[in-house]
Design a protein around this ligand. Structure first.
Ligand SMILES: [Zn+2]
Length: 311
């Protein structure tokens, strides 16, 4: 019997698990992996650093039974299911990086790599609130805001791997629109990511807290904290309404650290989404909090590994 590896790479950390064929997780690790810190390095140095970091994290898990395959969720645009990273917004020196192939050579196993938010959508479809659903829009609220789309039961990547860049939909256009890491202004990510919530709270209060701290302050009655979380819900609702008008999706799932503040941002999300939807769609869209406690990306990566594992 063989095991698989699955990894989820976020804005600051790499999480890795080894999973038996029956689904039991036998070991797991979380290591610091802030790849964006290498933004000024050359393409080759950045590729080598990413490969070294992932291989180093995997090494302790390679002992014992053979590993059949490795699935990995990575923040960037992948071309179809080729495992080639076309580009990554926070790692601009990377382009057409054959992540699956190069990792496979280093580790001696088959590797499948895909966009991290799409992995989370796949995880939700197979193990979470998306089970039994044919069409699913999944949103991740972390360091950034990601989107993953399942159409007719299959992951949809777009022509260039760039489908569902939900975090960079523009929902604010006035002169006060916030700057986004992508170089634009007024993007969803500049209002509804965990980073944006922390930044906006600091700007309003002069106090530095992470998004969980802002949530705690909101629960304790801090009106500024309530306002920035409420705003995150409003802008998410606005972006969801536009997406749903385009895609006619009935089920939306949301994961990520900011979902801890669900009770605060969900009402403003639903209110704004329904306000902006066309009449036949109002009140018909289910927006569900992920049931996977942020394991969706790992579980989706594991599903990709199962699909490519050798018999
Ligand atoms: Zn943006």
């Amino acid at each position: 019997m063989t095991d698989i590896l699955a990894a989820d790479i976020g804005g600051t950390h790499l999480r890795l698990v080894r999973i038996q064929a029956n689904g039991t997780i036998t070991s797991q690790t979380k290591v610091q992996a802030d790849f964006s810190r290498f933004i000024s390095d050359s393409r080759t140095a950045a590729e080598t650093h990413i490969l070294d970091t992932i291989v180093h994290a995997c090494e302790p898990m390679l002992a014992g039974n053979s590993i059949a395959a490795f699935g990995i969720g990575f923040p960037g645009f992948f071309i179809g299911d080729s495992g080639i990273l076309a580009a990554s917004p926070n790692l601009p020196q990377l382009h057409n990086f054959a992540l699956s192939e190069q990792l496979g050579k280093r580790l001696g196993i088959k590797v499948a790599a895909q966009n991290d938010a799409l992995c989370a959508a796949i995880g939700e479809l197979h193990c979470g609130v998306g089970q039994g659903v044919r069409n699913l829009l999944h949103i991740t609220l972390g360091t950034g805001v990601g989107g993953g789309l399942i159409l007719d039961g299959r992951p949809y990547t777009g022509e260039n791997g760039m489908a569902m860049e939900f975090g960079h939909l523009r929902i604010a256009y006035d002169g006060q629109a916030r700057f986004c890491g992508c170089g634009g202004t007024g993007c969803v990510e500049a209002y509804a990511s965990a980073t944006a919530v922390a930044d906006r709270y600091r700007e309003k209060s002069g106090v530095t807290l992470d998004s969980a701290g802002v949530h705690a302050a909101a629960v304790n009655g801090d009106e500024r904290a309530v306002q920035v979380i409420d705003d995150a819900g409003l802008y998410l609702g606005r972006a969801l309404a536009e997406t749903i008008k385009l895609m006619d999706i009935k089920i939306v799932s949301i994961s990520g650290g900011l979902t801890g503040a669900w009770d605060i941002f969900y009402p403003s999300l639903i209110q704004e989404m329904d306000a902006q939807l066309i009449n036949p769609l109002k009140g018909r869209i289910k927006v569900l909090r992920s049931s996977l406690n942020d394991r969706g990306g790992l579980l989706g990566a594991a599903e990709l590994a199962r699909r490519i594992q050798q018999p």
